[in-house]
Design a protein around this ligand. Structure first.
Ligand code: SF4
Ligand code: SF4
Length: 238
C-alpha cells in the first residue's frame, strides 16, 4: 500500500512517500485556493522581503491577523482573495513567491502531526493528483527538497519565547499576545532597536547592532530574545 493512501497514517522522516507536483497535473494550483495558511514570524520575514515591502504593509495587505479569543496568542493567516478565494500569490504558471513560499506550502501534501517528528497526510488523494505519481521519496527527503529546515529552526526558536511552564492553549493576558505579535511585525521591533537608550538597556553593543541590521534572520532571533525576556518578567509579576 502506498502509505499516502491512508489519511490517518502517521509518517516519520523515514516513511516512504510517492509524490510529484508539476504543471501537467489537472489539479495544478488548485490547492492554492480557499485554504487556511497560518503564517509563522519567519514566513512573514521571507515573504515581505521577497515582495520588498515592510512587515506592517505586508501584514495589512496580505494577512488576516488577530489575537485568539481565549489564549490571546497572535494568529496570522494568509488572506485569500475575497472574490476568487485564491491565494494572492498564485498565477496560472504557479506560485509567484515560490522561493519564499510559507512553511505550510512547503510541507504540503503533509502537515505536522501532534507527536514530535511525526507528519500526517493533509491532502486528499482524490484532489491531489501528485499522490498518484510514481516518484518515490522518504518523507525526510521530500521535506529537505522543499527547504523546510530553516523554517523548522526558526519556529523552534520562536516556541522558546514562552516560559517553560506555559502550556499550548493556556490563557494569557492580551498584552503578552501583543508582545508576541512583535515577532511578526519586525519593522516595529526595528524602530525600537534604533533607540540607543534601548540598546544600551538591553546590552546590545555596536557590533551586535551592525550584525543585526545586516541580517534579518539575526534581527528576528534578537526579537525573540527580547520578547522572551519581557514575557519572563511579566509572567513573574502576574
Ligand atoms: S493538489 Fe497536489 S499535486 Fe496538485 S498542485 Fe496541489 S500539491 Fe501539487
Ligand atoms: S503562497 Fe504560493 S504555494 Fe502557497 S498557497 Fe500561495 S500560491 Fe500557493
Amino acid at each position: 500500500m502506498n502509505p499516502a493512501e491512508n489519511a490517518q497514517t502517521v509518517f516519520s522522516a523515514d516513511s516512504p512517500l510517492r509524490f510529484a507536483c508539476h504543471h501537467d497535473l489537472p489539479c495544478f494550483t488548485q490547492c492554492c485556493r480557499d485554504v487556511n495558511i497560518y503564517l509563522t514570524p519567519y514566513d512573514v520575514l521571507r515573504l515581505r522581503r521577497a515582495l520588498k515591502i515592510g512587515s506592517g504593509e505586508f501584514l495589512a495587505r496580505y494577512t488576516r491577523h488577530y489575537l485568539a479569543k481565549v489564549t490571546h496568542v497572535p494568529v496570522v493567516q494568509l488572506a485569500m482573495d475575497p472574490e476568487t478565494l485564491r491565494c494572492p500569490f498564485v498565477a496560472d504558471d504557479g506560485c509567484r513567491v515560490y522561493d519564499d513560499r510559507p512553511w505550510a506550502c512547503r510541507m504540503f501534501p503533509l502537515d505536522l502531526a501532534k507527536e514530535d517528528g511525526a507528519y500526517r497526510l493533509l491532502a486528499d488523494k482524490k484532489r491531489c493528483f501528485g499522490l498518484h505519481e510514481g516518484k518515490l521519496w522518504t518523507v525526510g527527503e521530500w521535506l529537505e527538497s522543499q527547504g523546510v529546515g530553516p523554517y523548522e529552526t526558526m519556529e523552534r526558536a520562536f516556541h522558546q519565547v514562552m516560559p517553560p511552564d506555559f502550556r499550548p492553549g493556556q490563557r494569557m493576558e492580551a498584552g503578552l499576545g501583543k508582545l508576541l505579535y512583535l515577532a511578526y511585525d519586525l519593522d516595529r521591533f526595528d524602530a525600537i532597536l534604533q533607540d540607543p537608550r534601548f540598546r544600551s538597556f538591553c546590552g546590545i553593543d555596536d557590533e551586535r547592532y551592525t550584525a543585526v541590521r545586516e541580517n534579518e534572520e539575526e534581527k528576528l532571533l534578537l526579537a525573540f530574545a527580547y520578547i522572551r525576556n519581557q514575557i519572563a518578567e511579566l509572567f513573574s509579576v502576574l
